[in-house]
Design a protein around this ligand. Structure first.
Ligand SMILES: NC(=O)c1ccc[n+]([C@@H]2O[C@H](COP(=O)([O-])OP(=O)(O)OC[C@H]3O[C@@H](n4cnc5c(N)ncnc54)[C@H](O)[C@@H]3O)[C@@H](O)[C@H]2O)c1
Length: 509
């Protein structure tokens, strides 16, 4: 049924439609532009002429290729002029009834072979297709904003979609220079589904008072390696967009606690503090610039460091931590039990500092924990018990700041900040793989390109260690009783068998 696409119809020439038209025309596809608003299609073409001129001026494309692409953009004033297209993609208003109406109207115009694609980001592709006589020709073609720069597109199979239709869209994506990833029609598809973990877990940490906003952002940016802190990211995306998405995904998954949104952002939304575009979100902005960027915690001055008794969960961690403490100039106590003066330094996974101190039978007042999951040469997170003495906290802070690496001290929490966020990011990606929403490879590509994470979450999980992540999650679920943290079977089985999280399963037949 599907065929190679040479002529694309594009309905809705707004932000997304114009971007899709641009990359299609640059790939040599004729694009017929239609918009319900009079003059909008022509205006989109005129704007794209300006875009091409800028790209030529910057030396990104040649004049000849700009001329060729522009010649392929053909505004039309009547929707009937889309007859003869190989496919039509709609990027109109995000409304189920309106999209259904458009697709049924298009079925009366285009020929039987024509693919109908929707750029919806939150509606069900199957639901949009139900009104069609031939739902098998309908698929999702979900781009990200800005389309020319976000080089990934999700190709969504609805319940009825003919596989050849999605194959043709994947082929077109490749010709347009984008990575096509294939996903089943499920809430949030891949990117908006996988992206739930980062923000919601950060909000939960903030809500529990584990650390203030600036510290949460710093730990995840500097320690874990995310490009932006989650709260800075909320400010950029704006809560009038992201809070409803969190609520919608949560509702669509029948209140699975994995996706639970936070009352914090609901309240901010109601108060109009939606982010950078209004000058106030988690942070304040003037002319788009943050004006109240939180400062790193000041390093305390400590005259004399106490001896340090070190306890970690395995020999490798123990060696690493002892070597670091010695290199920073502290005396390490090698005895089985700490002396009465010692700072008790513990490196737990998943446990909170209180549990760690109790497990190892050491004085909670002299206990400070350190997060070993992230790279200690970039950032160090220290965690106190509710009983930790200020002099012990300051001694640990001063010690770990001695070589200039940033240190953040947080209150007690299961899994620090980075452990719990990273474990949730990987665990959710594992669930997406388990549900066969997409292949492990496509999950990693989609998240890396769509969310800008330094690695795909499954590859990231492999480098952090599936067994270690499993331990973190098991302890978190144990201690909090919150099924939000239940380990995905995909993660648990691969951790138990020593397999990669990218390992797909053989089919049963
Ligand atoms: N903006 C994003 O970041 C983003 C990202 C991914 C997907 N999407 C999805 O893409 C679609 C379009 O979003 P956008 O941000 O480009 O919107 P937009 O408001 O910039 O553009 C929509 C265009 O569609 C036209 N239109 C509306 N109803 C129409 C109809 N019945 N027939 C013909 N034209 C009609 C409007 O005149 C407008 O020009 C939505 O489904 C949205 O959810 C948006």
């Amino acid at each position: 049924m599907a065929r190679s696409i040479q002529i694309m119809g594009l309905v809705g020439t707004g932000v997304m439609g114009a971007g899709i038209a641009q990359i299609a025309a640059q790939a040599g596809v004729e694009v017929r532009l239609f918009d319900a608003r009079e003059g909008a299609a022509q205006a989109a073409r005129d704007n794209l002429a300006g875009t091409f001129a800028k790209l030529v001026a910057k030396g990104k494309i040649t004049q000849a290729s700009a001329d060729a692409a522009l010649a392929l953009l053909k505004p039309v004033t009547r929707i009937e002029e889309l007859a003869g297209c190989d496919m039509v993609v709609e990027a109109i208003v995000e409304n189920l009834d309106v999209k259904r109406g458009l697709l049924t109207q298009l079925e009366g115009i285009v020929d039987a072979e024509c693919i109908l694609a929707t750029n919806t980001s939150s509606l069900s592709v199957s639901a949009i297709a139900t009104a069609c006589q031939h739902p098998e020709r309908v698929a999702g073609f979900h781009f990200f904003n800005p389309v020319p720069l976000m080089k990934v597109v999700e190709v969504i199979d609805g319940i009825a979609t003919e596989p050849a239709v999605s194959d043709a869209l994947l082929d077109l994506a490749k010709r347009m220079g984008h990575t096509g990833v294939r996903a089943q029609d499920t809430p949030g598809f891949i990117v908006n589904h996988a992206g739930r973990a980062y923000g919601t877990e950060a909000l939960k940490i903030l809500g529990e008072g584990v650390a203030p906003k600036g510290d949460v952002d710093r730990i995840l940016r500097e320690g874990a390696g995310f490009r932006m802190g989650p709260l800075e990211l909320f400010d950029l995306t704006a809560l009038d967009v992201s809070h409803p998405v969190m609520e919608s995904i949560y509702t669509q998954f029948y209140h699975d606690p994995r996706y639970r949104p936070s009352p914090l952002t609901r309240q901010m939304l109601v108060a109009g503090r939606v982010g950078r575009k209004v000058g106030q979100g988690f942070y304040r902005y003037e002319n788009g610039q943050m004006v109240d960027a939180p400062q790193p915690q000041p390093v305390p001055t400590v005259e004399q460091l106490p001896p340090v008794w070190v306890m970690s969960e395995n020999a490798g961690d123990q060696q690493k931590l002892v070597a670091l403490v010695k290199a920073l100039g502290a005396r390490v106590e090698e005895g089985e039990r700490p002396s009465d003066e010692a700072l008790c330094l513990i490196a737990p996974y998943g446990d909170d500092a209180t549990t760690a101190a109790t497990c190892f039978g050491v004085d909670a007042a002299r206990t400070v924990c350190i997060d070993l999951l992230t790279d200690l040469s970039r950032h160090r997170t220290l965690m106190m018990t509710p009983a930790t003495r200020p002099d012990m906290r300051d001694a640990a802070h001063a010690l770990f700041a001695r070589d200039g690496v940033g240190v953040t001290v947080i209150r007690d929490s299961v899994g620090f900040v980075a452990q719990r966020v990273l474990a949730m990011v990987v665990n959710l990606a594992c669930d997406i793989a388990q549900q066969q929403i997409a292949s492990p490879e496509d999950i990693d590509q989609a998240v890396r390109l769509g969310l800008g994470y330094p690695q795909g979450p499954l590859a990231w999980g492999d480098s952090l260690g599936p067994r270690r992540l499993l331990t973190i999650l098991e302890r978190m679920v144990d201690m909090t009783g919150d099924p939000r943290y239940r380990p995905s079977p995909w993660l648990r089985r691969r951790a138990q068998l020593g397999l990669s999280l990218r390992q797909a399963e053989p089919s049963a037949v």
